[in-house]
Design a protein around this ligand. Structure first.
Ligand code: SD4
Length: 344
């Protein structure tokens, strides 16, 4: 399997050989490669999504379900203490406490589970799955979510590393305002498609760094940070949650795929629509989406420079650069929204 950083990807040639398999690195100059349709396939946010995808694929190839595979990939990222935006080692809130958000969704039956603002539990994605499978509810938050996790056998752990404690203390001393779009957010959203067409997805984050205690973002909100529709496809989000959850961003992406847009077009059209409704320049929104449809086609779009996202299927694994949208893209390219046009 081929591994490459975004930097490496951007600077190298198009053809690569991985484990004896000739795989084609997909660039924006090859607009049709992402439409080939592969099964199984895993798509996730950011560079670190690549190792998560690969863990997902291993789990799937070892006989796990697509849901098991999604959970496994996200657990890997949650365990990585060097990742300061997901799970153990995530940046804390303004009070110095790590509060985690996560959700999981299984296409068949549209089953879902979610936790918001959970503390001291390293794998919120697995707690979200337990909420889905072992309770009549969809979402648990705060103390109740932690109590449920402990009852289910999860162990409590202090998730604040000494590095993050030191940075938080500096932040508090300097009263620095975290600048949105810098290194203060990087959620993992990971969606997968099985050979038989079953879809699943998950999303996990420590949320915006130094957020207000109790603040919950888009990531655990079904339809915002993640959505899976087993007839159509799946989508996930990363970025400033406040600019995603007001618009049911991931649900919107899936609905654009239902209307016939490709995954990449669906992500881009969602960003354009959010920007029109919000009124601020696209670059100021800091939102990014990944999408995967039922045929195995995938794509992504983000504001400003866009963002890296990972794609993995048997014999291929790489980090790609999303479509990038800036203020010159605010209008719908190609009249994708006839209903809106009629209402004008
Ligand atoms: C949040 N959407 O809590 C998350 C943060 C994030 O990439 O995605 N970062 O708002």
């Amino acid at each position: 399997m081929k591994h490459c950083t975004r930097r490496g990807f951007l600077s190298k040639g198009v053809m690569t050989v991985a484990g004896g398999v000739m795989s084609q690195t997909i660039t924006q100059s090859e607009p049709h490669a992402h439409l080939a349709g592969k099964r199984p396939v895993f798509v996730s946010t950011w560079n670190f999504g690549q190792t998560a995808n690969e863990a997902s694929l291993r789990k799937f190839e070892a006989g796990g379900s697509i849901l098991d595979a999604v959970e496994e990939g996200i657990r890997l990222t949650e365990s990585d203490q060097s990742n300061a935006s997901v799970g153990d080692g995530g940046k804390p809130n303004a009070a110095g406490k790590v509060q985690l958000d996560a959700c999981i969704m299984h296409g068949p039956g549209a089953k879902a589970g979610s936790v918001g603002g959970i503390e001291d539990i390293a794998h919120p994605i697995s707690v979200a799955r337990a909420v889905m499978e072992k309770t009549p509810h969809v979402m648990l938050v705060g103390e109740g979510a932690k109590k449920f996790a402990l009852e289910q056998g999860f162990t409590a752990k202090n998730l604040l590393t000494s590095k993050q404690r030191k940075e938080w203390r500096n932040w508090r001393r300097e009263k620095r305002k975290m600048e949105a779009g810098k290194d203060n957010h990087d959620t993992i959203a990971l969606v997968g498609l099985a050979k038989d067409g079953t879809l699943a997805g998950g999303c996990s984050t420590s949320g915006l760094a130094y957020k207000m205690p109790g603040r919950v973002g888009d990531s655990p909100i079904l339809g915002s940070g993640l959505y899976v529709d087993n007839e159509i496809g799946a989508a996930g989000a990363t970025g400033v949650g406040e600019n995603i959850m007001r618009f049911c961003g991931s649900f919107m992406v899936v609905e654009y795929m239902r209307q016939g847009l490709t995954p990449e077009e669906a992500c881009a059209e969602t960003i354009r629509r959010i920007a029109r409704l919000d009124g601020r320049p696209i670059e100021d929104l800091h939102i990014n989406f990944i999408a995967l449809d039922k045929k195995g086609r995938f794509g992504a779009a983000g504001t400003g420079q866009g963002f890296p996202y990972a794609v993995t299927y048997p014999g291929y694994s790489d980090v790609l650069q999303s479509k990038a949208l800036s203020r010159k893209h605010i209008g719908s390219e190609g009249g994708n929204d006839p209903i809106e046009d009629q209402l004008k």
